[in-house]
Design a protein around this ligand. Structure first.
Ligand code: SF4
Length: 327
């Protein structure tokens, strides 16, 4: 017997996996990548946290499908920011269900806990997720199973319902107890930093959509830096620290041109690849205004690999009029 698990890297999904593994069932843990995971999927950390359970691990890239089908038209609306959690969970189950046959699995599990989260884990919401999944009877929530109607795997005796949990509510005490009992460490914080739950990110996300930037790469760029909307309509992203500079310089972008100072320290930046000449000139000036040690007489800036001399002819204060938000 084999199950596929929705695995976020958080404690609840780990416990759900362990409870099923304890019954001698093989589990493949699926990290469903919707593309809003901060600075990317931390694969090593996910694998390390999962290791004690003995489950297999797989990342499933659903970024384009999630953006196209779910993000802008959730049937059950958004949570406190732009997080369509009910539709997102339902979609994750749908995606996992499609993998059941190829991976030889018979049912699905997740770490959802009844009434733990305001939006996605109320009783009605758990029901809605089942409906959206298209495979309601094959879904087991091992942490709350004993207070939910028995699913097919429980009714058929593929797993023993009595050995599952009946957790409800926001207290984490039973989960902490089980984590200790099972020796599970290295897990992520609850909700694992999904950017869609972040209000500041939501402001940038809405703004970028209003400007027709709706590709996976556009949303990935939102994670980085200060964002400016320039008069010609292009977007400029200026790194805020060394780590963001490294991210900008190490990633591959097809919809953005990379700017960085040459021969003096300062931030790196991204400008829309189709920026007008005016926006390009302004973006170089803004970048220089953020480089504290830029030479007064101007400095060399690489624009998509071509070096050019530029002067800081705008101040940071003046540049702020183009900021999308002031985070
Ligand atoms: S927090 Fe993010 S990843 Fe998790 S269900 Fe909500 S939208 Fe999906």
């Amino acid at each position: 017997m084999k199950a596929l698990a929705l695995y976020s890297g958080g404690l609840d999904s780990l416990l759900a996996i362990q409870l099923i593994r304890n019954q001698g069932v093989d589990v493949t843990a699926l990290f469903i990548d919707i593309g809003f995971n901060g600075l990317g999927v931390r694969e090593e950390k996910l694998r390390a946290a999962l290791a004690p359970t003995g489950a297999d691990f797989q990342i499933v890239d659903t970024r384009e499908q999630f953006i196209k089908d779910i993000l802008f038209s959730p049937r059950y609306g958004y949570g406190s920011a732009m997080n369509p959690c009910i539709d997102c969970h339902g979609n994750m189950f749908r995606v996992a269900a499609e993998l059941m046959q190829p991976l030889g699995a018979s049912f699905l599990i997740s770490g959802e806990v009844m009434a733990q989260r305001p939006m996605s884990q109320k009783k009605a919401a758990l029901q809605s997720v089942l409906k959206l999944s298209g495979h309601a009877d094959l879904i087991v929530r091992p942490l709350s199973a004993r207070i939910l109607p028995p699913s097919l795997p429980e009714r058929e005796g593929w797993i023993n319902r009595d050995l599952l949990e009946g957790i409800s509510g926001r207290s984490r005490s039973r989960q902490m107890q089980l984590a200790e009992q099972f020796g599970l460490t290295g897990y992520d914080t609850p909700a694992g930093g999904c950017l869609l739950t972040n209000q500041t990110y939501a402001v940038k996300l809405k703004e970028t959509v209003e400007h027709g930037e709706t590709e996976v790469e556009d949303f990935g760029a939102l994670i980085l830096g200060r964002h400016f909307r320039l008069p010609g309509g292009s977007r400029l992203v200026v790194s805020r620290d060394e780590q963001e500079s490294k991210e900008i310089l190490s990633r591959k972008f097809s919809r953005y041109t990379v700017l960085h100072p040459v021969g003096f320290p300062g931030p790196s930046a991204l400008i829309s690849a189709n920026a007008s000449d005016g926006d390009l000139r302004l973006s170089v000036s803004i970048l220089l205004s953020y480089a504290r040690q830029a030479p007064r007489e101007g400095g060399i800036v690489s624009v998509g690999g071509l070096e050019q001399m530029a002067k800081p002819d705008i101040t940071k204060a003046d540049a702020s009029m183009y900021l999308v938000n002031k985070d």
